[in-house]
Design a protein around this ligand. Structure first.
Ligand SMILES: Cc1cc2nc3c(=O)[nH]c(=O)nc-3n(C[C@H](O)[C@H](O)[C@H](O)COP(=O)(O)OP(=O)(O)OC[C@H]3O[C@@H](n4cnc5c(N)ncnc54)[C@H](O)[C@@H]3O)c2cc1C
Length: 397
């Protein structure tokens, strides 16, 4: 039986876990990442890399690789409410970085995965899970048995295992059902051929009857994300001719995107995006920490699910590095991680919520639309204001 000592055992190889493995490996720490899926199995996710995430990846020398992989730099998003232009968000003015990048989450994850696999201090085990674990009297996880039979002795365990996190629910015993709220209007997405309007800039349309359509280019296609109240969405997508959907979209999508709408045809397939709202209070206990979708779920309208996971990874890696180098006790380092990340995650989750719930009221939507937060600015004053604003109830959807 193999017994391995590691500094950090990461459960879950989504974008967050892989980013954490990369940064910790970069710092020279011994990292083992355990992913339940096969190496080839794609993990779907967000497509938007905003300045907050880009700056982290650039700091670790990855920006050129991202662009070489086909990441597309953009700077403008036109935002409409009930067919009226509300704002043209210009990242070259609104963000100090000056641009955002469109790249499928899976492409970025694969790029990082290859880099991690080249590191001598890090390893990834696919099709592997935690099958047993032992805690000491204080509650620290001191031994982990994996499904491939090996035993791991970790200094720290991290749950980067997504919305239904095993580490959160089984190892830490944290229940989230009360805190996790489902939205009444689900989202779905499709790919259609690329047209000039989409090549020109991103366009986000919202409608006061809880309709949404977002057009942007991805990997040489147009990605269209739509949202409607659940019953209406089912009825629209049940019409396989797509005629009902296109007619519904024409009620609020302007002529600026007519060429893209024309591409939605009978064979256009839609897939659903999970949308929930959550930000739990406890990000760690003893030597076990959580990150990414395991601690927060965000409405995709902000385009920041992938960014928040990368931001968590960078801050957690920074705090663990300080502790693993013996400069701070682990408890103090993880407290800094929680106190730094919780308010930011709370503000961005609340922002997405407030925006989504105000679709019916143009004035409220315009008031809630915040260019700094939309472009992933992290100005503490604005974050605090948004996090503490009274939030509309979900039942209004
Ligand atoms: C189809 C889709 C579209 C999305 N679109 C958007 C969007 O437009 N905008 C936006 O902001 N966000 C979007 N999101 C959400 C965004 O992608 C996530 O917020 C982000 O990927 C979270 O990353 P993560 O690494 O924390 O979790 P995940 O990506 O969920 O990764 C968790 C990983 O853990 C693994 N795992 C789970 N359980 C175990 C276990 N017991 N043992 C071992 N491994 C385990 C999983 O296989 C997975 O690889 C979308 C998500 C999906 C699925």
């Amino acid at each position: 039986m193999t017994v391995e000592r590691v500094d950090v055992l990461i459960n879950g190889g989504g974008i967050g876990g892989i980013a954490l493995a990369y940064i910790l490996g970069h710092f020279g720490h011994r990292v083992m990442l355990v992913e339940q899926s096969a190496r080839e199995c794609p993990q779907n996710g967000a497509d938007l890399l905003k300045p907050s995430g880009i700056k982290i990846l650039r700091r670790f020398g990855l920006l050129d690789d991202i662009l070489r992989e086909g990441g597309l730099m953009r700077d403008k998003v036109r935002v409409f409410h009930d067919s009226e232009l509300l704002s043209t968000v210009d990242y070259s003015v609104a963000s100090d970085l000056g641009f955002f990048i469109l790249i499928p989450c899976e492409k970025l994850r694969r790029l990082l995965m290859k880099k991690v696999e080249q590191m001598s201090s890090a390893q990834i085990l696919f099709e592997t899970r935690i099958s047993e674990y032992k805690k000491d009297a204080a509650g620290n996880v001191i031994e982990v048995r994996l499904s491939d039979g090996r035993t791991v002795l970790p200094t720290v365990v991290v749950g980067a295992d997504g919305a239904n996190s095993f580490v959160r629910s089984q190892i830490l015993g944290i229940e989230v059902e009360q805190e996790r709220i489902s939205y009444a209007a689900p989202m779905s997405f499709c790919s259609v051929p690329l047209t000039p309007s989409v090549r020109e800039c991103n366009r986000l349309y919202v409608h006061s009857t809880h309709g949404l359509a977002y057009f942007y280019p991805l990997d040489g296609h147009t990605r269209l994300v739509i949202s409607f109240p659940a019953e209406e969405m089912s009825a629209l997508l049940a019409d396989k001719s797509r005629g009902a959907l296109v007619a519904r979209l024409r009620r609020f999508v302007t002529g600026e995107s007519a060429d893209a709408l024309d591409q939605i045809v009978e064979s256009t397939e839609f897939r659903q995006i999970p949308i929930k709202r959550m930000n739990i209070k406890t990000y760690y206990k003893n030597n076990v920490a959580l990150m990414g979708d395991a601690i927060h779920n965000i409405n995709p309208i902000t385009g920041q699910g992938m960014n928040l996971a990368i931001e968590d990874a960078a801050e957690l890696a920074r705090c663990l590095d300080v502790s693993l180098r013996g400069e701070k006790a682990l408890a103090d380092a993880l407290l800094v991680y929680q106190e730094t990340r919780h308010p930011i995650n709370e503000a961005v989750v609340s922002y997405g919520h407030a925006m989504t719930m105000s679709f019916p009221d143009k004035v409220a939507f315009a008031r809630n639309f915040n260019v700094t937060l939309q472009t992933s600015g992290r100005d503490p004053e604005q974050l605090e204001r948004v996090a503490h604003a009274a939030l509309p109830a979900v039942s209004a959807a």
